[in-house]
Design a protein around this ligand. Structure first.
Ligand code: 2HG
Ligand code: ZN
Length: 458
């Protein structure tokens, strides 16, 4: 019997060679087996509809694939699924200056959208280290956050309209770019962050922001972890921050070893914060700097003197993830409310030192949003499986601390496979039941990204 895919797609769109399967069958994670049966490079909404209908009819499963920069295994195809790549749906379809709305296909790369916005004298302010390869559809499917959330919010906040293909093969067009629309359930937000389990994002209307003023970057040395929050409070009381990031000396050492960069300060300090703000707020920032030094929270600091220096300082923070990738780190992406942060940091710090005395730990993240990235590095002596098992066995203790504070076990990286079995630490049984009900309604054949996000029923 011939394969239905061969009838629907030409060899130009349908690939089954080993290299393509290996490359498009995974995201940035490296700890899951990858075994898709085919990759289809869709070129239109109709292609996606055809594929979904065929999957329902012939009972095969689909895994959506964007820029493949995910960190939770949400785009891994490990069980013979067909990968649906949006690489060729990469056109900007329309721009309306009066509405400041740009209509994009799902495969538009984030940086392309940012550059397009710049050409219109506007900006797309959601930004992260993977902007050069991540795609807008994937960003929406995971409600991606990044480095400017403190000022500009998450991907969700910029999606004014959304077109999705559900697991039933229906095309839904949600919200149509409206600012005000009080006509009941906003289905757009149901799909944002659903990780391709309810529908595939095929097009989006994205709202653009005014172009930012010139920015200035400051890196400060903070000896004590808990004082980072005092520094945040002081600066936030004095000016509007565009970013407030932090990283540990341990994390800095990894970037310096990996890239040709200079230390930000002459002497190592246990922690660093990176702040970005409008250059026009420099005076207020300088006063805040004096105040944090006087209080003893900060021992030294550097202010960017040029755009090139600002970019080099940003690399110290944005380059961390890539520079530790070779350690196949075990990633935690946690958030609690800022008010809970001091006590949370202290508890997690103690737990980590107790649980992983023989592992190297890198702290960094978007602490201004209450979001910590806690990466445990694999010692060479352990296989990836052994290492992950050990880390997994500690996770319940760590997540219980998150849960006690009503925090999130995945602040911005999504659930995918990595956090699926721990979702109950952040979502109640009632919520999980409603989520399952939504899945059953929008994807009754369970063909969309199976095994992701929702914990399997025991
Ligand atoms: C970042 O903030 C990314 O650099 C990656 O979200 C975080 O590597 C990580 O854990
Ligand atoms: Zn991050």
């Amino acid at each position: 019997m011939s394969d239905p895919l061969d009838e629907l797609f030409s060899p130009r769109q349908l690939k089954r060679d080993a290299d393509t399967l290996a490359e498009w069958g995974r995201d940035w994670t490296r700890s899951y087996a990858v075994a898709p049966s085919a990759v289809v490079f869709v070129e239109s909404i109709d292609d996606v509809v055809k594929l979904v209908q065929a999957a329902n009819q012939h009972d095969f499963k689909l895994v959506p694939s964007g820029g493949r920069t995910g960190l939770s295994g949400g785009a891994v195809a490990g069980h013979g699924e067909v990968v649906v790549s949006f690489d060729r749906m990469n056109r900007i379809l329309d721009f309306d200056p009066a509405d400041r709305l740009v209509t994009c296909q799902a495969g538009v790369v984030t940086q392309t959208l940012q550059e397009f916005a710049g050409e219109q004298g506007l900006s797309y302010p959601v930004d992260f280290a993977s902007s050069g390869s991540s795609q807008i559809g994937g960003n929406i499917a995971t409600n991606a956050g990044g480095i400017k959330v403190i000022r500009y919010g998450l991907t969700r906040d910029w999606v004014a309209g959304l077109t999705v293909v559900t697991g039933n093969g229906e095309v839904l067009r949600c919200n149509h770019g409206l600012v005000k629309n009080a006509t009941g359930y906003d289905l757009r937000h149901l799909f944002i962050g659903s990780e391709g389990t309810l529908g595939f994002v095929v097009e989006a209307q994205i709202r653009l922001a005014p172009a930012p003023q010139p920015q200035q970057v400051m890196v400060l040395g903070v000896p004590e972890f808990r004082d980072i929050l005092e520094v945040l409070r002081t600066f936030q009381g004095a000016l509007t921050l565009s970013a407030f990031e932090f990283f540990s000396e341990q994390a800095l050492q990894k970037v310096l070893a990996h890239r040709n960069l200079r230390r930000p300060l002459p002497q190592p300090v246990p922690f660093y914060t990176l702040l970005e703000f409008d250059a026009s707020a420099l005076e207020a920032a300088s006063e805040a700097f004096e105040a944090v030094v006087e209080a003893g929270w900060v021992v030294d600091g550097v202010l960017s003197q040029s755009e090139a220096q600002a970019a080099a300082l940003w690399q110290l923070r944005e380059g961390i993830s890539e520079s530790i990738a070779g350690y196949t780190p075990y990633k935690n992406d946690l958030s609690v409310r800022i008010s809970q942060m001091p006590d949370f940091i202290e508890t997690v710090d103690a737990l980590v030192s107790d649980s992983y005395p023989d592992f190297e730990v890198c702290w960094y993240g978007h602490i201004g949003d209450g979001n910590l990235h806690l990466n445990i590095l694999r010692p060479e002596s352990l296989s990836v499986d052994e290492f992950y098992q050990r880390c997994h066995s500690i996770s319940p203790k760590l997540f219980a601390e998150v849960s006690n504070r009503q925090g999130s076990i995945s602040a911005e990286h999504g659930v995918g496979l990595l956090k699926r079995d721990f979702l109950g630490f952040s979502r109640s049984p009632e919520e999980l039941e409603i989520m399952r009900g939504l899945k059953a309604m929008l994807d009754p054949g369970q063909i969309l990204n199976p095994g992701k996000l929702l914990p399997l029923k025991s």
